[in-house]
Design a protein around this ligand. Structure first.
Ligand SMILES: [Zn+2]
Length: 281
């Protein structure tokens, strides 16, 4: 496995191997360098001419690596938010009707896709819904919740793995806490919060927990968002909306205490009490 493959979720790797990558893929990560690397890897997969894609060796792969492949286009970002503007989406729409030069499909990479204003997102949505020919759209996002729901529901979302499995560890700590919150036994919640035993991974876990709570809140309102994860559904059913909102406060308080070097065992204990108390608010 190459360095990049270690960042790509197994599900996407197997879709690539089976030639079943959907035409719109949203990659999510807080690591921008990893996002662009993975986007290029996926683009390379799309244009590579060898039997085992991407080979990294053929003319198409080499052209792409040097930034000269005519059928792969990365949208330009600009302005304060450093996002893709509607004029650029219009350029892409105009280009999309032209046949590819060398490969079987055209590839468009949209950086900072979650930072786009609603009007470029809507213009892009139209292209995504009715591409004039085979295309691969790769949307790069820090957080796919920033995409319009209409776009998000038409993309396959893949979260990149953090190096060294750090994000998986944070995610599993966060999920343990969320699971304990859905149950009535206090001791499980206390143990789950006590597992926060190193500052950086505790902060990562709190971030992941905050994401879960945010998704559960959204699910409670829309009945759809985030519903693919059973834990999010469970959380939204077990905790009132007001409680979920208050939990965000407890989570940010805990993060603030960690940054101020308060002892982790105290932070964990206070967090457990606050989360439990908020559940019934
Ligand atoms: Zn190749």
């Amino acid at each position: 496995m190459t360095g990049i493959e270690a960042l790509i979720p197994a599900e996407l790797l197997s879709l690539m191997a089976e030639n079943r990558v959907p035409h719109a893929v949203a990659l999510e990560s807080s690591d921008k360098a990893a996002l662009s690397e993975c986007a290029l890897y996926l683009a390379q997969w799309a244009v590579c001419k060898s039997g085992k894609r991407p080979c990294g060796e053929c003319a198409a792969c080499k052209k792409l690596k040097s930034g000269n492949h005519p059928d792969v286009y990365t949208a330009k970002t600009e302005g304060k938010k450093n996002a893709v503007k509607i004029s650029e989406i219009r350029n892409i729409c105009a280009d999309s009707v032209l046949m590819p030069n060398e490969s079987d499909c055209k590839v468009y990479i949209i950086p900072e896709a979650d930072k786009m204003e609603p009007s470029p997102q809507n213009a892009f949505l139209k292209l995504m819904e009715e591409p004039p020919q085979p295309m691969l759209f790769i949307l790069l996002c820090e957080n796919t919740q920033g995409l319009l729901q209409t776009i998000r529901s038409r993309c396959s979302v893949f979260k990149l793995k953090a190096e060294g499995g750090k994000s998986e560890q944070a995610q599993s700590l966060a999920e343990d806490i969320a699971k304990a919150l859905c149950q009535s036994k206090e001791i499980k919640l206390v143990y789950a919060c006590a597992a926060l035993n190193d500052r950086q991974s505790a902060l990562d876990a709190l971030n992941a927990l905050s994401e879960l709570v945010r998704a559960a809140t959204a699910y409670g309102i829309t009945g759809t968002l985030g519903g693919e994860n059973p834990l999010i559904r469970e959380l939204s059913m077990n905790v009132k909306r007001r409680g979920l909102i208050n939990m965000q406060q407890s989570i940010s308080t805990a993060a603030e205490q960690i940054r101020k070097n308060v002892g982790l065992s105290l932070v964990g204990a206070v967090l457990a009490v606050n989360l439990r108390y908020n559940k019934y608010m």
